[in-house]
Design a protein around this ligand. Structure first.
Ligand code: C2O
Ligand code: CU
Length: 486
């Protein structure tokens, strides 16, 4: 990797045009920073995966912190430096920035070139467990980190946060993984979304969607990974978080995997789901919670009065593989947990989603527009569509500013898709036609042949990405935009 000097970064200030932030940088040791911008650097690092050295990426502050912990009411005030030897761009998943600072290549920011920096500054409006990640194939190489926005109203709570980002790891490059799926060897220019689309001109998406519905078998996982990670580690050498007897822990769990959905298993401890995608829900008790790619869940656990060590696992859907971490008191005896369970887990479903109720539901308002969204595609062709179209010929979902908009998302394919809308949080208001005041979130799981209706208020004008958070589905077409002018 090419090292980039502070001086080069200073020289790059002028390149920070689009975000147009007010901060200035003086990063030299011993010189106070003129503004309070937090520097986050996209860089390479080496981790150990099952005894083998793996070069991955990271988003690291100057003091070594991965990602960012901030507080609602403050500004998101970040300088993103690209210390990789390739262009990149980072999306702030869960935040609702003004259009222009969202970090999706060409929507509208161009990729950040090696050795350059962008400044971001906007008020933090969405509290909770969020994350940051490359909106390119580099997400597969762990260019991702937690982004926690604390709620000042919760400052008095006596609970210990444990933040964990899950990932699916391969020693192959994402380009190789993609080529393995599509059967092509085409190169991915610049890794950007604009280079990610396939030529769909010889395929009628609608017809294909209909044909797909006839298929009788469901597809679950489409990539075999080398390992599943929880904060960079496998269960052979897991993170051990030291906790206190009778203490309360708030797990802030992030599914940062690119193509793997998990069941979170709290084992012998009962947990309470208290937030999804950062938004509080009426607590739901349980020991198993679904977590699709891009989604987050906060689980509160009250620990027993005795010493102990408790694994919290992420079980790969449709498979026996798993990852996880350990909560342990000082004297708690730890048992080894295998990276493979003894049976394959079932696919994610909507049972939890259907039982979630928003703590702060959206105000009652009639929908000004209701847009059908049909998800299509299949494994064989490995071309995925929204309303019959891929990204290269996508038709924007046009809405009007100020409207309450509903998206009735129907999955006509035989694979589950986590659908994510940028720039907004939405409320789940219906499942298969049953209306209810469900969770507020930004990414919702669509099992095969099911329909989920979400509502949002069009109060943040722009051209916002709306896509499947399976990286390779997005890269092969399952992406469009929701668009409205100021
Ligand atoms: Cu988590 Cu379009 O992103
Ligand atoms: Cu998908």
């Amino acid at each position: 990797m090419q090292q980039i000097s502070r001086r080069q970064f200073l020289a790059s200030t002028a390149a920070a045009g689009v975000a147009g932030a007010a901060s200035s940088l003086t990063g030299f040791p011993g010189i106070a920073r003129a503004a309070t911008a937090t520097i986050i650097r996209a860089e390479s690092r080496v981790i150990d995966v099952a005894g083998r050295a793996a070069t991955v990426f990271g988003l690291v502050q100057q003091d070594g912190t991965h990602g960012l912990v901030s507080q609602a009411g403050e500004d998101f005030n970040v300088r993103l430096e690209n210390a990789l030897d390739a262009p990149t761009l980072i999306h702030w998943h869960g935040l609702t920035p003004p259009f222009g600072q969202d970090g999706v290549p060409d929507l509208p920011q161009p990729l950040l070139q090696s050795g350059q920096a962008y400044d971001y500054r906007f008020p933090l409006e969405t509290t909770g467990t969020h994350w940051m990640h490359a909106h390119t194939l580099q997400e597969q190489q762990l260019l991702a980190a937690p982004l926690i926005v604390n709620d000042p109203a919760e400052a008095g709570l006596d609970e210990q946060p444990v933040v964990v980002l899950f990932h699916d790891f391969s020693f192959k490059t994402p380009e190789e993984l993609l080529a393995g799926l599509t059967g092509s060897t085409g190169s991915m220019a610049g890794h950007s979304m604009s280079g990610m689309s396939h030529d769909m001109s010889n395929m009628n998406g609608m017809e294909q969607g209909a044909a797909t519905q006839m298929a009788s078998t469901m597809d679950i996982n489409d990539i075999e990974y080398d390992a599943y990670l929880a904060n960079d580690r496998t269960l052979d050498d897991p993170q051990v978080s030291s906790v206190e007897k009778s203490g309360t822990v708030r797990l802030r769990l992030i599914n940062g995997a690119t193509a793997t959905a998990f069941w979170i298993d709290t084992g012998s401890l009962e947990g309470e789901a208290i937030a999804v995608d950062g938004n509080l829900v009426v607590p739901v008790r349980g020991r198993r919670f679904p977590l699709g790619m891009g989604q987050r869940i906060d689980i509160r656990i009250r620990l027993p009065r005795e010493e102990g060590a408790w694994p919290v696992l992420a079980l790969r859907e449709g498979s026996a593989e798993r990852t996880g971490f350990i909560l342990a008191t000082k004297g708690g005896a730890m048992k080894r947990v295998s990276s493979k369970g003894d049976k394959a887990e079932g696919p994610l479903d909507l049972a939890l989603e259907a039982s979630l109720l928003a703590t702060k539901p959206f105000a009652e308002k009639a929908a000004g527009a209701s847009e059908p969204v049909v998800l299509g595609g299949d494994m064989a062709k490995y071309a995925w569509t929204i309303n019959g179209r891929g990204w290269s010929d996508h038709r924007p979902i046009a809405v009007n500013k100020g409207d309450r908009v509903e998206l009735a998302i129907r999955n006509g394919s035989m694979m589950g898709h986590p659908m994510h809308l940028h720039g907004h949080h939405f409320q789940v208001v219906g499942i298969d036609g049953r209306r209810f005041s469900g969770a507020v979130r930004d990414t919702v799981w669509l099992p095969p042949q099911r329909e989920v209706t979400v509502a949002f208020d069009a109060t943040n004008p722009g051209t916002w990405a709306f896509h499947c958070h399976h990286l390779y589905h997005m890269a092969t077409g399952m992406m469009t935009v929701v668009q409205y002018a100021a």
